[in-house]
Design a protein around this ligand. Structure first.
Ligand code: 6R9
Length: 638
């Protein structure tokens, strides 16, 4: 019988635990790691390097994360539900797997991967709808030591190709199509288009999901159901080093090209489990639901790994919050008796905008804990969530973290810590946040604002960016040597609670999804009509931030007002092809020039103010090469 993991039960215990975790981190994290299944224990708990970014946790240990997600639970929880799948269409069949069944499915697909020549260390890309096979495949990769790289199924063929090529993946898993509310999308076709440019891929495994006809390329493509049919339901887990990569997940930064954030095995495991148990305080018989897609980090850590490591029952939802109507989330909560619910502020805001009856017609009696993630939650949305969903009895944990942090960093512990709307709260044990001045000086005391950085390693931290460590070093450890730099600005209130204000770099957060302004500009500049563009974020009621693009057109391509709609539509088409629909700008303004300094730098500060509608206070514009363009831009504001 596995030892049970300790959990924090009271605020006094939190304070004591936090103190211990900071005073003696190595001893603390050794204790927290103890109850897992290890093939071999570590030699060293931590090798820290916040300058070069070469941090290691539990070096020398051997393990397999799936033995900890699955095998470890079989004796006690073999017949407990591990995964509940709720389909897009509420009238179609749900699927439920016990821990024992999930274990068998994972082993079976692990054997399929092995039969198809996948070896330890190979990269496997997954471009899939939110269906059980995606969860199974992620775990199957981990079972055999292949590195999974899930690509959100809204990305375009070009974006897939970029990621597959960067990771040099040999195998891709996809499906015939996907359901998204009332729509069906031919996923395999998108993959086919991408793979024309991906010479490393030699096998595509296709799940039959919506029954659409697909083209199967001879010698490359095989059907999931055919491969699985005769595969054995047992598969010994590959023995992995603590620091062997577990997955790569691409995320946007302030430069043009998305980076492959690499997480490794042992530290990520300990972190996902520790943060899940303590933040959400999930109880043995709870049903837990995280609405994130597995294509994002939240789906990795809090739909799959965290809950399964803790032996919880996790719900996976294929659909969208507004199908068949805007009461779907609440209907699913009542139907499955969901106790803990974790979603994004953008979803809350979009549902708030629909008639209140959508939520009031459900009991929501089962709910005990609510959570949010991905972006700052505004006060109005917080109170609506608290009142109408949580019926003023459920604590809301506002969890701040990033793809790079692997798991939650700053958050209340449900039912334990004080709550303050719009504040993420206090750091979890092991997390040592600081506020820095722009020059990198630590700001002491409370009631202060600054750049959020972390001054000590934690087990779930990013290890590198795939294939290019220098990029990770420069991005995260370069700006302030000795600190991990988050890219976020934050405020510490008079009681030491953190409030995340937003990005301080050129990253826009649209509905909780990150985009680099340079990434969108690169896409726009692919359009034949475009000479140059500049993209900024602006406040948006539902999405948090909207995308505002200022575009200069080539001579002759946009001569009159009547040309504009056509050019704008063509720019949108280019962005959808280069990145995907999720990066569609909300506003495009065609301009004849951009505000630039004499050295040729675009002054985004000015464009941001214009986009925000704050044109009365543009600050100093005398350093501009041509201050005249500013007037024109203000006049043409959308
Ligand atoms: C988990 C995730 C990370 C960025 C992060 C910050 C923003 C996330 C937040 C939040 C305010 C919260 N962010 N959680 N801002 N309050 N509770 O979202 O990862 O996609 O990498 O985004 O999201 O700006 O830097 P990722």
């Amino acid at each position: 019988m596995p030892a049970e993991h300790p959990r924090i039960h009271s605020f006094a215990e939190y304070e004591e635990t936090y103190r211990r975790s900071v005073e003696n981190p190595e001893q603390f994290w050794a204790e927290m790691a103890e109850p897992f299944t290890w093939r071999r224990k570590w030699d060293t708990v931590l090798k820290a390097d916040l300058v070069g970014g070469h941090n290691e946790w539990y070096s020398g240990a051997k393990l397999n994360i799936t033995e900890n997600c699955l095998d470890r639970h079989l004796a006690k929880r073999g017949n407990k539900l591990a995964l509940i799948w709720e389909p897009n269409d509420p009238k179609t069949r749900q699927i439920r797997y016990t821990y024992r069944e999930l274990h068998q499915h994972v082993c079976q697909f692990a054997n399929v991967l092995l039969n198809n020549g996948v070896e330890k260390g190979d990269r496997v890309c997954l471009y899939m709808p939110m269906i059980p096979q995606l969860a199974i495949a992620v775990l199957a990769c981990a079972r055999i030591g292949a590195v999974h790289s899930v690509i959100f199924a809204g990305f375009s063929a070009t974006a897939i190709a970029d990621r597959v090529n960067d990771a040099q993946a040999t195998v891709v898993l996809t499906s015939d199509g996907l359901n998204r509310g009332p729509k069906q999308i031919p996923v395999k076709r998108v993959v086919d288009e991408a793979l024309e440019h991906c010479p490393s891929v030699r096998r595509v495994i296709v799940v039959e999901h919506i029954g659409w006809p697909v083209h199967m390329q001879e010698g490359r493509d095989v059907w999931y159901h055919e491969e699985v049919k005769d595969a054995s339901k047992s598969c010994p887990a590959e023995e992995m080093d603590a620091e062997d990569p577990l997955f790569v997940l691409y995320t946007s930064g302030s430069t043009g090209k998305p980076k492959g954030v690499v997480h490794t095995t042992a530290g990520y495991m300990v972190w996902a489990d520790y943060t899940f148990r303590n933040v959400f305080q999930v109880q043995e018989n709870d049903v837990y639901w995280c609405t994130a897609d597995i294509g994002w980090v939240t789906g990795h850590s809090y739909l799959l790994y965290g809950p399964l490591l803790s032996g919880a029952t996790t719900l996976m939802f294929e659909g969208i919050p507004t199908y068949p109507d805007a009461g779907r989330f609440w209907e699913v909560i009542d139907k499955h008796g969901v106790n803990v619910f974790y979603t994004a502020p953008t979803a809350i805001r979009s549902l708030m905008a629909t008639p209140l009856d959508n939520v009031l017609s459900y009991s929501l009696d089962s709910l005990r804990v609510l959570g949010t993630v991905g972006e700052p939650i505004n006060e109005e949305a917080w109170y609506w969530y608290h009142q109408h969903v949580g019926k003023e009895r459920c604590p809301i944990v506002d969890t701040w973290w990033q793809t790079e942090t692997g798991g939650i960093m700053i958050s209340a512990l449900a039912g334990i810590s004080p709550l303050k709307p719009t504040h993420a709260g206090q750091p979890l044990p092991g997390v040592q946040p600081v506020l820095l001045t722009q020059e990198g000086k630590e700001i002491e005391g409370n009631d202060e604002e600054g750049y959020l950085a972390i001054k000590f390693p934690w087990p779930g931290m990013i290890r590198t960016t795939y294939g290019d460590h220098e990029r990770a070093r420069q991005t995260y450890f370069g700006p302030y040597p000795g600190y991990y730099f988050t890219g976020d600005g934050a405020r510490r209130d008079e009681n030491g609670l953190y409030r995340i204000i937003g990005r301080v770099d050129d990253v826009i957060n649209v509905s909780g999804h990150r985009f680099g302004t340079a990434e969108i500009e690169n896409a726009i500049n692919q359009n034949a009509n475009v000479v140059e563009s500049a993209v900024v974020g602006y406040p948006h009621d539902v999405k948090g931030q909207g995308i505002y693009a200022f575009v200069i057109c080539r001579d002759g391509s946009c001569n009159s007002e009547s040309d504009k709609p056509h050019v704008e539509a063509s720019i949108i088409e280019t962005i959808v092809a280069e990145i995907g629909k999720i990066a569609k700008p909300d506003k495009i303004q065609i301009v004849s020039g951009l505000p630039k300094t004499r050295s040729g730098k675009i002054m985004r500060r000015i464009l941001r103010k214009v986009a925000e509608g704050e044109t009365s206070n543009l600050g100093d514009i005398t350093t501009l090469l041509d201050p005249g363009v500013v007037d024109e831009i203000i006049k043409g504001k959308k």
